[in-house]
Design a binder for this molecule. Structure first.
Ligand SMILES: Nc1ncnc2c1ncn2[C@@H]1O[C@H](COP(=O)(O)OP(=O)(O)OP(=O)(O)O)[C@@H](O)[C@H]1O
Length: 255
């Protein structure tokens, strides 16, 4: 039995005088969707950059899929990155490539000996999974924002990642498309059995996709549990403030 997918203890990260993460503890279990909620500028992106090895912590324990991120070698980091999928907020598609080529790209880049037949099979499978098989020969500019998000997710799951990091998956989308993306995140979890961290300040996304929700406030996790446990009627003042602020923006949410 593998250990936790992710184990973080007493993590600190500052930039000059700015203390961003101040004693973060976090665990992620196998096949779990964990939503990290927090106001803008609280360090959510910094946290996932540390988890994906893009930046290092100042102190504290960060263990990702059994690798200690403080002592990981360059070779192990390359290996780990094949197992950690990152869904960027802006989808980060290559504009000059077709949708099919965009999805093939990480496969060809990371798995140098993969056959053409296997590339086609895996590309078609993920396009099918995100419901966009018909877009394979189209260019990214021809797709809507929601479709580009789906392709971004397809390009991540084509590598069969064990851990998926979603950065603001519903940002900039209309409410109906948001619900479609939330459903896709749930389908990916079901079909690929990956564990995920979903960074968002969209409470609908948190409620719909999260097995567990963790609220990052003032540099550390102040509250975690199911959506209703975190935002129950006895929630502390700062949790309520976060909820009320977002509730004003998104009036449709009921706990
Ligand atoms: N490389 C860096 N150098 C200096 N400051 C940084 C750096 N990266 C992040 N910060 C600062 O750390 C703080 C947290 O940034 P971060 O991007 O993690 O916020 P966030 O919670 O993801 O916000 P948002 O929801 O707006 O994306 C911000 O004040 C930001 O300016």
């Amino acid at each position: 039995m593998k250990e936790n997918v992710l184990r973080i203890r007493n993590l600190y990260k500052s930039f000059g005088d700015l203390d961003v993460l101040k004693g973060v503890d976090l665990d992620l279990n196998q096949s779990e969707n964990l939503v990290v909620l927090g106001k803008s500028g609280t360090g959510k992106s910094v946290l996932i950059k540390i988890i994906s090895g893009l930046i290092t912590a100042d102190s504290g324990e960060v263990n990702v899929l059994g690798f200690d991120m403080n002592t990981i070698t360059k070779e192990d980091l390359i290996f780990l990155r094949l197992k950690v999928g990152f869904c960027f907020q802006n989808s980060a598609l290559y504009d000059s490539m077709t949708i099919g080529e965009n999805i093939e790209f990480p496969l060809k880049y990371a798995l140098k000996t993969i056959s053409r037949q296997e590339i086609e099979k895996r590309t078609d499978r993920v396009l099918e999974a995100v419901g966009l098989r018909q877009t394979k020969n189209q260019m990214p500019a021809e797709l809507s924002g929601g479709q580009r998000k789906r392709i971004g997710i397809a390009r991540t799951i084509v590598m069969n990642p064990e851990l998926i990091l979603y950065d603001e998956p519903t940002a900039g989308l209309d409410p109906i498309t948001c619900v479609e993306i939330n459903n896709l995140i749930l389908e990916v979890k079901e079909e690929y059995q990956a564990s995920s961290i979903i960074i968002t300040h969209d409470l609908t996304c948190a409620k719909q996709t999260g097995d567990r929700v963790a609220l990052l406030l003032e540099g550390s996790f102040q509250k975690e549990g199911t959506f209703s446990e975190v935002f129950n009627s006895h929630a502390e003042n700062k949790v309520k403030q976060f909820y009320d602020y977002n509730f004003m923006e998104q009036e449709t949410i009921k706990i």
